[in-house]
Design a protein around this ligand. Structure first.
Ligand SMILES: *Cc1c(COP(=O)(O)O)cnc(C)c1O
Length: 426
């Protein structure tokens, strides 16, 4: 049987095509190695990674400290289940809760599991603390949201691909427009049975849709006023991606939980995933204070792998790296530079309408219809020029490189991107 290192790109694609479910439409590039901001294909060609596995690899590919923490723990103890205690979970829980400033954490593995956990937590809180009648709790969500792929989560998606023929859908969700404080206020006033407001501080999958600076702050104030939990899904935006530790931290530069009042909002429930492990391992978390988290009792929620020793070791190291390497500051500085350079280009462009984002979570809007292939064609051409990015929602291209990038590399990437776009100008 052929070993992986003998496989050509074409062979690898053929195997996935034949033996794997076709639930993705990847850009045709086969990656076999990664280091920092770079990945290499099966033929040894090097690329800048401008997706970072949807912001999971904020700390860069195969960060030596994270890989070391993972392999050391893998040699020692990998999994006990929560049927027994282990000596890595407690220290990790202490570390992660202090890092983000919450009383407690509920550890899970994937992002969707953490969102499910937050939904269960909010509902249980509503019944047991707020006094909502059983089965009546509702959660407000936003249109064009992306929170994962479980049956319940896709129930409140409005992406037809994600939803169609996967029903019947889970009830109990109210959908409002994103970045619309008035709509939130109306929804909160309309019912006494609302448990929470689940929101992405920037809608990543929707195309890095970046709301007004005061949206989060006003949304939280309204939630507080109505005794409704403010639930932030920071799976994609969190952990330094947007130039602060969390997107809800706004322009706060402290890089950790702080008492400064500069942050946009403090969620009642914070959902993390992706970069919590630096892309080394599936690690997700739900953080909340005791009055909320205490509603979950033994036997009521769990996961065989959630909080396993490797996850704890990896997540702790991944978060240390974020602090030690000042990744939030770097994302802020390079993000400003990136948008400045792209705006200069856009001034004289007919193919790009705008660039938007915060920190190193950005997107450009291609001047074509959503069903056109222009954005895809641009990404193919970027690939040929040594940079990997993917369209989201047809005519939008997301640019989210690892946060360990330096200024010289960023400028190199800007020149690849502008050179590529020039060829598409009409
Ligand atoms: C990626 C993502 C999820 C889902 O995470 P998975 O690990 O893929 O289940 C949920 N919410 C947001 C905002 C995401 O970007």
């Amino acid at each position: 049987m052929a070993t992986v290192d003998q496989l050509s790109s074409q062979e690898a694609i053929a195997l996935e095509d034949k033996y794997g479910a076709h639930n993705y439409h990847p850009l045709p590039v086969v990656l076999s190695r990664g280091e920092g901001v770079y990945v290499w294909d099966a033929e040894g060609k090097r690329y800048y990674d401008f997706l970072s596995a949807y912001s999971a690899v904020n700390q860069g590919h195969c960060h030596p400290r994270i890989v070391n923490a993972m392999t050391e723990q893998a040699k020692t103890l990998t999994l006990t289940s929560r049927a027994f205690y282990n000596d890595t979970l407690g220290p990790y829980e202490k570390y992660v809760t202090e890092y983000f400033g919450f009383d407690k954490v509920l550890p899970m593995n994937t992002g969707a599991e953490a969102v499910e956990t937050a939904i269960k937590l909010a509902r249980k809180w509503a019944y047991e603390k707020k006094g909502v009648a059983e089965h009546e709790a509702q959660i407000i969500v936003c249109s064009n949201n992306f929170h994962g792929r479980t049956t319940t989560i896709i129930s409140f998606s409005n992406d037809e691909d994600a939803r169609k023929n996967f029903g019947p859908y889970t009830p109990g969700f109210i959908k409002i427009e994103y970045d619309d404080v008035h709509a939130l206020e109306e929804a909160l006033k309309s019912s006494k049975t609302i448990a929470g407001f689940l929101v992405e501080p920037i809608q990543g999958e929707a195309g890095v849709y970046t709301p007004n600076d005061d949206y989060m702050r006003k949304a939280q104030a309204l939630c507080n006023e109505h005794n409704v939990l403010f639930i932030a899904d920071e799976i994609q935006t969190g952990i330094a991606r947007t130039g602060a530790l969390l997107a809800v931290c706004g322009n706060c530069t402290c890089e950790g939980h702080c008492e400064k009042q500069e942050s946009y909002a403090t969620p009642d429930i914070l959902i993390l995933g992706k970069a919590l492990s630096g892309g080394a391992y599936p690690v997700s978390a739900v953080l909340a204070n005791d009055p909320i988290m205490e509603v979950i009792k033994p036997g009521q929620h769990g996961s065989t792998f959630g909080g396993n020793p490797i996850a704890g070791a990896v997540a702790t190291e991944a978060l240390e790296v974020v602090k030690d390497e000042h990744l939030a500051q770097n994302a802020r500085t390079l993000g400003n530079l990136f948008r400045e350079k792209m705006n200069e280009y856009i001034e004289n462009s007919t193919i790009v309408n705008l660039v938007r984002g915060r920190g190193l979570l950005n997107a450009i809007l291609i001047n074509d219809t959503e069903d056109s292939s222009t954005a895809w064609d641009i990404c193919m051409s970027l690939r040929d020029n040594g940079l990997l990015a993917k369209p989201t929602h047809g005519n939008i291209i997301r640019f989210a490189p690892p946060l360990v990038m330096n200024e010289e590399q960023l400028l190199d990437c800007v020149s690849i991107i502008t050179k590529t776009l020039k060829a598409f100008e009409k």
